[in-house]
Ligand binder design. Structure first.
Ligand code: SME
Length: 220
């Protein structure tokens, strides 16, 4: 199950292309162990879903009914840029990034980072309940996204093989790899109590925010 457009710019992929993986059960067949793995591609600047989805829910930003996910991520990108401007400290910027999205994006119960250290993911700044500290590459949703370097969307974490449960409130998850140059730095992980909370617009929006973050920080 190779990624269609991983963030590493592998051959056959256009620069800037990203990939999202959607793990979901067969339609109408949620109880069976057989699972369908659907891969979708998306582009950093071009939404595959042309229609703006009315987006209601808690946000410290513009909460008008006309606010679409795209508008919300536009506002967040601007806020993140000014929040991180002039600061290059990894922990400080990751902490502010996690706090910004946790309070601005609706229906999240966890938002934070795992950073790559000695070939495993180690917990970084986050908002939410205490979480597991170390995740091996290839394990769980975070380890899968890190090892494939592909944004990974899991509509139902209870049906994802090997999901690592840190908070029993989590029902869906999205994990975005952090890549600086060609180096994997870690992952951004968002959890939601809502089934199917994340889609390709979130993947696009979060990849935009991650690009802003990665530009600011130093990584040895
Ligand atoms: N669910 C993740 C573990 C991290 S927590 O959600 C914060 C995973 O399966 O990798």
């Amino acid at each position: 199950m190779s990624a269609v457009g991983a963030a590493d710019g592998s051959p056959g992929r256009k620069p800037g292309d990203q990939a999202a993986r959607m793990f979901e059960p067969r339609r109408g067949d949620r109880q069976e162990t057989t699972r369908r793995i659907e891969q979708i591609t998306f582009h950093r600047e071009t939404r595959l879903l042309p229609q703006a989805v009315p987006y209601r829910g808690f946000s410290q930003l513009d909460r008008s009914e006309s606010t679409s996910k795209t508008d919300l991520y536009d506002q967040l990108a601007a806020q993140l840029s000014s929040l991180l401007a002039g600061e290059r400290d990894l922990i400080a910027n990751a902490a502010n990034f996690a706090a910004l999205i946790f309070h601005a994006l609706p229906d999240l119960n966890w938002a934070g980072f795992y950073f790559l250290k000695d070939d495993e993911l180690v917990l970084g700044p986050f908002q939410g309940r205490p979480a597991c500290v170390r995740i091996a590459m290839g394990k769980g949703v975070c380890g899968t996204a890190a090892s494939t370097r592909a944004t990974t969307i899991v509509p139902n974490v209870h049906e994802f093989p090997g999901h690592i449960a840190c908070d029993s409130a989590s029902n869906s998850e999205i994990v975005v790899p952090l890549i600086k140059g060609d180096q994997l730095i870690g992952v951004l992980d968002l959890d939601s109590p809502i089934d199917g909370r994340f889609d390709s617009e979130d993947a696009n929006g979060l990849n935009r925010l991650v690009s802003v973050f990665v530009e600011t920080i130093e990584w040895q």
